[in-house]
Design a protein around this ligand. Structure first.
Ligand SMILES: NC(=O)c1ccc[n+]([C@@H]2O[C@H](COP(=O)([O-])OP(=O)(O)OC[C@H]3O[C@@H](n4cnc5c(N)ncnc54)[C@H](OP(=O)(O)O)[C@@H]3O)[C@@H](O)[C@H]2O)c1
Length: 174
């Protein structure tokens, strides 16, 4: 099973503020939905609760929530208390992708665990006043490909570029 991290960040690697996103970019939301539909999404408890109730659990995806709270429950979701548990939930031969969808603590855990095969990063070409950040990473470890670009328009107050980063060491081993 492939593990892909998907995130949108500003020029300072900011990803959120006050447990919310800092932008409204419909083309990026559409891209996120199309990319993750039919797959597995793993998220932190705070990220899950930041999703408007009518949109959660995220439809047509297996929703997995990480929390330390052993009495936590959320309808239609699987709860785990250790990132490693996710490996036991699905077969290694599962053809779906495990998407790590944040927030900041979960991205950091996944990067530290070195479990990411691929990152899909929406680089938003603005600076916001974030309180949550994506961890720094070494560009030289990744093959970089541009997936799509979006210019500013009446529906998008910021331009952005979606970039796919493929882990080089993993590609060489494959
Ligand atoms: N721009 C993007 O692409 C993007 C994507 C997703 C989210 N976000 C933003 O990110 C922010 C939320 O991120 P965040 O860092 O505050 O929270 P988070 O990563 O969504 O969730 C943190 C929670 O995960 C649980 N957790 C963390 N480490 C754990 C561990 N080792 N074992 C078990 N459970 C653990 C804890 O839940 P308990 O407290 O319940 O124990 C912790 O409070 C929001 O602003 C959101 O809008 C942005």
């Amino acid at each position: 099973m492939k593990t892909t991290l998907i995130v949108a960040m500003d020029k300072a690697r900011g990803i959120g503020k006050n447990n919310d996103l800092m932008w409204h970019l419909p083309a990026d939301m559409k891209f996120f939905k199309e990319t993750t539909t039919g797959h597995i999404v793993l998220m932190g408890r705070k990220n899950f609760e930041s999703i408007p109730e009518k949109y959660r659990p995220l439809v047509n995806r297996d929703n997995i929530i990480l929390t330390r709270n052993t009495s936590y429950s959320a309808e239609g979701c699987t709860i785990i208390h250790d990132m490693k548990e996710v490996v036991d939930l699905f077969s290694a031969f599962d053809e779906r992708t495990l998407f790590i969808i944040g927030g900041g603590e979960i991205y950091r855990l996944a990067m530290e665990a070195d479990m990411i095969d691929e990152m899909i990063i929406t680089h938003v070409n603005e600076n916001y006043d974030a309180d949550t950040f994506f961890p720094p990473f070494e560009l030289c470890d990744w093959k970089v490909e541009t997936v799509l670009t979006q210019e500013k328009n009446e529906r998008h107050k910021a331009s952005f570029t979606v970039v796919k980063y493929t882990k080089l060491s993993r590609s060489r081993e494959a």
